[in-house]
Design a protein around this ligand. Structure first.
Ligand code: GDP
Ligand code: MG
Length: 395
């Protein structure tokens, strides 16, 4: 299983530009099994420091790549087009959009911070990006509320025979990837009783919103930051207390795309995520001037923001951690540091074993933290960048 980041936002904010830039990578052919099936699903990468150098090994990644000690770990990126106001009622791409969205673990809401597109994505000037942020949340909440209400109807139809309302709601809400106990937790966190028939309209809305926040956590990619208007909006919106709860990343999808293009043409050396690049070929003055403008931007904003948006979604919002399967004895039958897996924040040594293979999990004896050769018990919660060998009766 691989995590999926969904790119959402109204038309013309730069979703496709960001998607193309993020999935355009010089990794070997065949590493893109998704693009051929569905052009809106691609492979992107999140960076983590490779553990191999600490062990004096040179890694042999089975997927992704490693550049100068920086490991690029694959994740799936989905361009979820079709979100317009009213999408939950079947406007725009409507249901297809919702189906795609259901398959994502976290969202990057791409917002046009330049204010040059209106709420429908048509050209304008001076549009307040906050409207877009509000609209997207409201749109998602309306969709969640629809489904929650269906769950309440279902409960009303048969609650006499079942004592756990959250389990009935869970049947209806299963597409959101939430289970009964988590629904109960969300409801209790708002201070409400788990008694669907007692809920007022406003309570239902709050519950829908809470479940949406928990199942579709979000990063805001403030795109088009290469424009002065976007930079002005950035200063205003990121200091607005109403929007404090959100994570914002300044992005220029254009800059990332331009650098990847130039790299593909052999004109620059550039490692995605870096705040620097080198021009390595004779290029026309006009093109060079364009690249120099990008250089100014990425020096000021510490990169184009594309990598940071992906990593913020994975590491800050989902709080995943990268775990390297290791070998305490230094015996690497399949090549050193082949893999690096992304696991949930609370993953234990035993869950890691199950992630490797269900047989390895079934035969779990203990694990070894390869950095200090200490034994690690089944319930020990792993840390980001741990190097772990699992000792199992089924190796
Ligand atoms: N200035 C600027 N324009 C951008 C940026 N990213 C995308 N655009 C432009 O915004 C328009 C819409 O981009 P597109 O990727 O098709 O948006 P989508 O409809 O959300 O997929 C295009 O004209 C892009 O060139 C950016 O980072 N900066
Ligand atoms: Mg598009």
């Amino acid at each position: 299983m691989s995590y999926r980041i969904g790119l959402v936002g109204k038309p013309s904010v730069g979703k496709s530009t960001l998607f193309n830039a993020a999935t355009m990578n010089d990794v070997p052919e065949g590493a893109y099994p998704f693009t051929t099936i569905d052009p809106s699903i691609g492979e992107a990468y999140v960076r983590t420091a490779c553990a191999a150098p600490e062990f004096d090994e040179s890694c042999q990644p089975s997927v992704g790549v490693c550049e100068d000690g920086t490991r690029f770990v694959p994740i799936k990126l989905v361009d979820v087009a079709g979100l317009v106001p009213g999408a939950h009622e079947g406007r725009g791409l409507g249901n297809q959009f919702l189906t795609d969205l259901n398959e994502t673990d976290v969202l990057i809401h791409v917002v046009d911070f330049s204010g040059t597109t209106d709420i429908e994505g048509e050209a304008t000037e001076g549009h307040d990006p906050r409207e877009d942020i509000d609209f997207l949340e409201a749109e998602l909440d309306a969709w969640y509320l629809d489904i929650l209400e269906k769950g309440i109807d279902r409960y009303e139809g048969k609650h006499m025979s079942d004592p756990d309302p959250e389990e009935i709601l869970a049947e209806q809400l299963s597409a959101f990837g939430i289970i009964g106990p988590e629904i109960k937790q969300a409801i209790l966190s708002l201070g409400f009783d788990v008694a669907p028939l007692s809920w007022e309209e406003e309570q239902k809305e709050e519950i829908a919103r809470e479940i949406r926040k928990r199942t579709k956590p979000m990063v805001i990619a403030a795109n088009k930051m290469d424009t002065p208007a976007a930079q002005e909006n950035w200063a205003e919106i990121t200091t607005d207390s109403e929007y404090e709860h959100l994570t914002f990343v300044p992005v220029s999808a254009h800059a990332e795309k331009a650098l990847k293009n130039a790299k593909e043409q052999g004109a620059v050396e550039y490692t995605p995520g870096d705040a620097a690049f080198e021009i390595t070929a004779d290029i026309p003055a006009e093109k060079e001037a364009g690249l120099e403008q990008i250089r100014e931007f990425i020096e000021e904003y510490e990169g184009t923001g594309v990598q940071r948006a992906l990593e913020s979604a994975v590491f800050d919002v989902l709080e995943l951690k990268a775990i390297f399967p290791g070998s305490a004895s230094g015996d690497w039958s399949q090549g050193p540091f082949r893999d690096c897996f992304l696991l949930p924040a609370d993953a234990t040594a035993e869950e890691f074993a199950y992630h490797l293979h269900s047989d390895i999990g079934d035969g779990f004896l203990h694990a070894i933290d390869c950095r200090n050769d200490r034994q690690v018990g089944a319930d020990t919660v792993l840390d980001d960048r741990d190097v772990i060998e699992v000792i199992s009766t089924n190796q």
